[in-house]
Design a protein around this ligand. Structure first.
Ligand code: FAD
Length: 412
């Protein structure tokens, strides 16, 4: 059995960032990353590809290019965690042992959760910016659509980047408005949830755009089935008494977002909470039951917005606390639940939602630079021009820009 001081599962936004943050604090630390993929994706860029702002190439790099030189990379998938023996099991049957484990495998897009969706994707106007490589099809559809009905769906929470289903809709509607076709289109939003956005402070700004674009909003309306060739979608709505009703709607374009869950090897393990997500302490990001296991990113069961922006603040917290735990010192770094969702309400303006646990607003900038509750050009500039560079050359390299962990008060 191979052994490493720290084993990190996943080489996405979270896995690479935490490796870089650990190495910055202790350049001698022995790190391994287990990651099967050959490419690393900057998923926040997919919304911009779907809106014709970014070229698809800028959202992805070979994994070998982002994998730090100082880690041992196993290009395998983890199939199980054997937390009682401090080992992970890989898909070739081998095992790797650890002193400390970091779980960062992201989440699973459950395409099968919507009947017919996976088979329908990529044809007949059925698309999803959540699907690797498909955002450019969204953009094709947007440019070609001249009349008929365009549907945008949002599944039950939690999902990664909760604003992204709407972002696709606003950018599309903005294009249609500017090209004089919006009046010929019936644009509908079908949200499994009951509100436009979970944090009320941002809702008025979004409602103004719903009105501007004339979007028909349907709450508690969940996409349950798609028929590509027939161009029909079935939505299930549930009333206050729990009675459900199915409604079939025909469309020219459907932007669908699948329900999401933790990867199976977490969901069906002793590491999961009731919802199947990784059971971490909110502030330290250490596992609630197994003290040598930490986690971050989309797999986490903590109540923050599942975003790369959250990862940016989580990685230094995990790095600091993990090193403290290896040295038997108290854990001092705290994560306050920061997450951010840049809502692209039109090409050129963004409502930059930034908030922590309990929906407490955590703006990065003073109001005179950017008022997060309003659509601003400053926030668009940040997202379109600065964040990709910050991701590839800042976050993934362990430059902890505006990400200094809060300090926990330690009792006793
Ligand atoms: P990922 O980056 O998904 O990485 C997980 C990695 O784990 C993958 O490389 C995968 O191959 C690997 N893995 C999976 N299973 C295993 C296994 N069994 N063994 C080993 N490795 C495994 N965030 C923002 O901050 N702002 C935005 O505007 C934004 N917009 C978004 C728009 C869209 C359309 C999407 C899809 C996401 C968006 N996000 C946004 C969310 C952001 O991309 C994620 O929150 C972020 O990537 C989470 O990082 P992660 O490392 O947890 O997961």
């Amino acid at each position: 059995v191979k052994a490493h001081t720290v084993v990190i599962v996943g080489g996405g936004a979270a896995g690479i960032s935490v490796a870089a943050s650990l190495h910055r604090r202790d350049p001698g630390i022995d790190l391994a990353i287990i990651e099967p993929a050959t490419r690393h994706h900057y998923q926040p860029g997919w919304t911009m590809v779907g809106g014709g702002v970014f070229r698809p190439e800028v959202t992805s790099k070979p994994m070998a290019e982002v994998m730090p030189q100082f880690v041992s990379w196993y290009q395998k998938a983890v199939t199980a965690v054997d937390q009682d023996n401090n080992q992970v099991v890989l898909d070739d049957g081998s095992a790797i042992s650890y002193e400390s484990l970091v779980l960062a495998p992201g989440l699973e897009l459950n395409w099968g959760g919507i009947e017919g969706l996976e088979a329908a994707l990529g044809n007949n106007g059925v698309t999803s910016n959540y699907r690797e490589g498909m955002a450019s099809y969204t953009w094709d559809m947007v440019q070609n659509l001249k009349q008929g009905r365009a549907l945008f769906s949002q599944p039950p929470m939690p999902i990664k980047c909760a604003g992204a289903p709407q972002k696709a809709m606003y950018l599309s509607a903005d294009y249609w408005l500017k090209h004089g076709v919006l009046g010929n289109l019936d644009v509908q939003f079908h949200n499994a949830g009951a509100v436009l956005f979970g944090v009320p402070a941002y809702v008025p700004a979004l409602e103004a755009y719903i009105e501007k674009y004339g979007i028909d909003v349907n709450f508690q309306s969940t996409l349950v089935a798609v028929n590509g060739p027939a161009k029909t979608a079935v939505f299930r709505s549930t009333d206050g008494d729990g009675n459900s009703q199915d409604r079939e709607v025909n469309f020219e374009m459907l932007h669908a977002v699948p329900p999401q869950r933790a990867p199976q090897f977490i969901r069906e393990s002793a590491l999961a909470n009731e919802g199947g997500w990784l059971d971490l302490e909110d502030d330290t990001l250490r596992h609630k039951t197994f003290p040598n296991i930490f986690g971050l990113g989309d797999v986490s069961g903590t109540g923050n917005a599942k975003t790369a922006a959250a990862v940016r603040k989580q990685a230094p917290v995990v790095a600091e606390n993990l090193i403290a735990s290896l040295r038997n010192e108290p854990l001092r770094a705290a994560y306050l639940g920061y997450g951010s969702c840049p809502l692209t309400v039109e090409n050129g303006k963004i409502v930059l939602a930034e908030f922590g646990y309990g929906g407490v607003l955590q703006p990065s900038f003073p109001k005179w630079i950017n008022d997060g509750t309003k659509a601003t050009r400053a926030a668009w500039y940040l997202k379109a021009k600065q964040l990709p560079t910050l991701y590839w050359h800042g976050m993934l390299k362990g430059h902890e820009w505006m990400a200094k962990p809060a300090v926990r008060s330690i009792k006793g």
